[in-house]
Design a protein around this ligand. Sequence first.
Ligand SMILES: Cc1ncc(COP(=O)(O)O)c(C=O)c1O
Length: 381
Amino acid sequence: MQSMLSRAAQNATTSAIRDLLEHAQRPGMISLAGGLPDPDRFPIDQLAAASERLLRTRGRDVLQYGLTAGNAALRAHIVETTPAADTIDQVVVTTGSQQAQHLIAQVLLDPGDPVIVGDPEYLGALQAFRSREVRLLPAAVDREGIDVDAIEAMIEAGERPKLVYTVPHFHNPSGTTLSNRRRERLLELAARHGFMVVFDDPYRELGEVGSRPAEAAGHPMAVELRSVSKVLAPGLRVGWMIAPRWLCAAVERAKQSADLHTSSLSQAITLGALQSGWYGDHLDDIRAANVAKRYALCHALRDVLGTRLAFDEPAGGMFVWARFTDGTDTTSLLESALGRGVAFVPGAAFAVHSDLRTHLRLSWSTADVASLREAVVRLVG
Ligand SMILES: Cc1ncc(COP(=O)(O)O)c(C=O)c1O
C-alpha cells in the first residue's frame, strides 16, 4: 500500500540514524543527542498559575477559535518589542518555528526551485524544503555563519536561488553565529538578485547571562522566525514569523488549511509570560545553567579526548559541533556508544552534500553537569 502514498510522502523515509537514536530512550542512557531544552528549567509554577488565571477569568476567549494570523495582542506586543515589524500584519503566529518553515516552503517554492542552505544544516528545515522537491544548494558554514562568498559565487555561476535559509544565532548543529557583516551582505545580494532570506532564530536568547541579542530592522527580503520553544517550553508550540505583508498574507492563507490557528490558550499564556515580571530572571536562569553545562561538556571533551577531537566552544545555544581528527566514523561510533550508554547525533545526519562522517553534534542541554563528564568518558569507551 506504500504505492498509494504521494511521491513526497514516499520520499520522506526515516533515516538509519533516526532509527538508531530510538535506543537513546533506554534507561541509564545519557543522551547528548536531542535538541530538547532542559525540562528542569521549565517555568512550571508560573505557567500553571497563569493558565489557571486565564481559564478562570478569560476562559470564554482562550478556549475559543482565534484568528489564523494569531492573537492580536501577542502580535502587537511583538511589534512593540522589535524594529523588524511596524504593524501586526507583518507578524503571523505559527505553531512553532517548524510550522513557519513548512508554510514558507509551501507558499514560496515549487518543485525544482533552487534553495540555498548551510552544509551542515538543521534537519527539520531540510525536511520542509525536501518535501517541496526543491533543489538544495549547499553553502559551507564556518565561524562567521553561512558562507556568503560561496552564495555569491553560486549566483555568479548562474544560479538564481529563490530562498536562502540560515540559523543566525548558535546554529544547529554547528553552534556558529552569523556575523553582522555577512548578514548585511546576504541581504544586499537578496535585494539585488530577488531572493528571500529566512533567518530561523530559536536560539537567539541562549547566549551569556544578561546578554541582549540585537534586534535587526525590517528588510523587504528578510523573514525572521522566532520561537518560545527554547526559552519557555516547546510544548506550548508557539512561534512567529516577521515578514513583508505579502508573504504574511500568503502564509496566513496556507495556515488556514493546516491548523486554522495556533492554540489560543498557548498564545495567551505566552503573551502573559513575555509581559511578566519573572521572564527576564527566568531567561538569565536558563542562560546561567546553559553556560555551566557548556563549560562542563567542553572541558571534559578537551580533557578526555585532547587533540583527537577538534571543535570551537560556541558562545551559546545548545550544541557542540566537533570533528574526530583521527578519522573515526561517527555513525559506527554511535552504535558502540549506545552500548556504553551514551547517545549523540552523527554529523552525517546534517549533511546536505559534504562528507561529515567524522563530525558529531553533542547537546549539553538535558544532562546534568556530573553526567556530562561521564558521557564523554563513555563516548570513546
Ligand atoms: C534551528 C531550529 N529551528 C526550529 C526548530 C523547531 O522549533 P519549534 O519548536 O519552534 O518548532 C528547532 C528545534 O530544534 C531548531 O533547532
